[in-house]
Design a protein around this ligand. Structure first.
Ligand code: G3H
Ligand code: 13P
Ligand code: ZN
Ligand code: NA
Length: 320
C-alpha cells in the first residue's frame, strides 16, 4: 500500500536501521528500485524532486509508483524531495503524495520555522507527513547550488525549538554529507593505498548532540550516495569524464543507520549505475539502437545496487 513514513520510522528507529529514499525519474528507475526491494522484502521511500516532476510529469510518476505498489505489494511512501515553496508542497499533497519535504534551510531560522509550520498545518490536515531541514549541505540540488563556503553544519542548540515550533515529523540535518557526485574536493580528502580519495569523516559528534536534544525523533541524511568507484571507472573507461568523483563511505552510512537516522537519500549512485551501464553498452555495441537493449542492463544494475544498499548499508531487508 501507499503509506506515510510514520510506522516505517518508528520501526526503523527502534530496530536500528534506516529506510532508503531513492529518487525516481522514469519507469526503469522505479522498476529497478522496487524489484530490488521486493526481492529482499524492504519498505521503501520513492522520492520525486521538483526537477523530476517537471521532467516526467506528476501524473506519470504517481501512476508508476501505483503500478510498483500493485506489482510488489510493499509499503511504499511517495515523497516530495526538496520542496521549495508552500505551493509546490500543497500541489503534491493534493495530488496524492504521502510525504513532503519543505526545504527552507537556506532561509533565516525564523523564516524557515514560519514556512515549515505552514506546510505542516496543511499536510497534517490531509494525513501527510513533513520532513524539514536545518543546516546547509554543500552541492547541487535542483536550481540551488550551495558552495562549500555557504554550507554549514546543523546547530544542535536550534533543533528543539525548530521541531517544537514547526511540528515537523522528521528532520534533515547537515553533518558533512553533500549532494551530487563530487562531494569533496581533492584538497579536502586524503588518499588510500589504491590512490583513491578518502573524504573527511561525517560529524557524528554533531549527530550525537542533536539526538540528545531530540531523543526518539527521526533524523534524515541527504547527499548520501557513496559514488561507487566501479561505476565511475565504467563511465571513464567508456568515453565519460568524471575525474575525482567521490562519495560517503558506506561504513559511515551503516553507522548512521544503526542510530537515530531513519531515512537515507540516494540519487547520484542510481545515476552513475545507469549512465555507466549505458555508456559501456554503447561502446561495446555501436551497431545497436533499440532502447530496450541498453535500458534493460541499466535497470538490472540499478536493481543490484539498490539490493546491496538495502542489505549492507541500510539494514532494512526483511522489514516490510
Ligand atoms: O537532491 C537532489 C536530488 O538528487 C534530486 O536532483 O533536482 O536534479 O532531480 P534533481
Ligand atoms: P546524492 O546526490 O548523494 O545521491 O543525494 C541525494 C539526495 O539527497 C536527494 O535529496
Ligand atoms: Zn537532498
Ligand atoms: Na536508524
Amino acid at each position: 500500500p501507499l503509506v506515510t513514513t510514520t510506522e516505517m520510522f518508528k520501526k526503523a528507529y527502534d530496530g536500528g536501521y534506516a529506510i532508503g529514499a531513492f529518487n525516481v525519474n522514469n519507469m526503469e528507475i522505479v522498476q529497478g528500485i522496487t524489484e530490488a526491494a521486493k526481492e529482499v522484502n524492504a519498505p521503501l521511500i520513492l522520492q520525486v524532486s521538483k526537477g523530476a516532476r517537471a521532467y516526467a510529469n506528476h501524473t506519470y510518476l504517481i501512476k508508476l509508483v501505483e503500478a510498483a505498489i500493485e506489482e510488489t505489494g510493499l509499503p511504499i511512501c511517495l515523497h516530495l524531495d526538496h520542496g521549495d515553496s508552500f505551493e509546490l508542497c500543497k500541489s503534491c499533497i493534493d495530488g496524492g503524495f504521502t510525504s513532503v519535504m519543505i526545504d527552507a534551510s537556506s532561509k533565516p531560522f525564523a523564516e524557515n520555522i514560519e514556512i515549515t509550520r505552514k506546510v505542516v498545518e496543511y499536510a497534517h490536515d490531509h494525513g501527510v507527513v513533513v520532513e524539514a531541514e536545518l543546516g546547509a549541505l554543500a552541492g547541487v540540488e535542483d536550481e540551488v547550488n550551495v558552495s562549500a563556503e555557504d554550507s554549514h553544519y546543523t546547530r544542535p542548540e536550534e533543533v528543539e525549538e525548530f521541531v517544537s515550533k514547526t511540528g515537523c515529523d522528521s528532520l534533515a540535518i547537515a553533518i558533512g554529507t553533500s549532494h551530487g557526485a563530487y562531494k569533496f574536493t581533492a584538497a579536502q580528502c586524503t588518499r588510500n593505498e589504491k590512490g583513491e580519495l578518502v573524504p573527511p569523516p561525517l560529524r557524528f559528534d554533531i549527530l550525537d548532540e542533536i539526538v540528545k536534544r531530540l531523543p526518539g525523533f527521526p533524523i534524515v541524511l541527504h547527499g548520501s550516495s557513496s559514488v561507487p568507484q566501479e561505476f565511475v571507472r565504467m563511465i571513464n573507461e567508456n568515453g565519460g569524464k568524471m575525474p575525482d568523483a567521490v562519495g560517503i563511505p558506506e561504513e559511515q552510512l551503516r553507522q548512521a543507520a544503526r542510530g537515530a537516522v531513519c531515512k537515507i537519500n540516494i540519487d547520484s549512485d542510481l545515476r552513475l549505475a545507469m549512465t555507466g551501464t549505458i555508456r559501456q553498452f554503447f561502446n561495446e555495441h555501436p551497431e545497436k539502437f533499440d532502447p530496450r537493449e541498453y535500458l534493460k542492463p541499466a535497470r538490472a544494475n540499478i536493481k543490484e545496487l539498490v539490493k546491496h544498499k538495502l542489505i549492507n548499508v541500510l539494514g532494512c531487508d526483511g522489514k516490510a
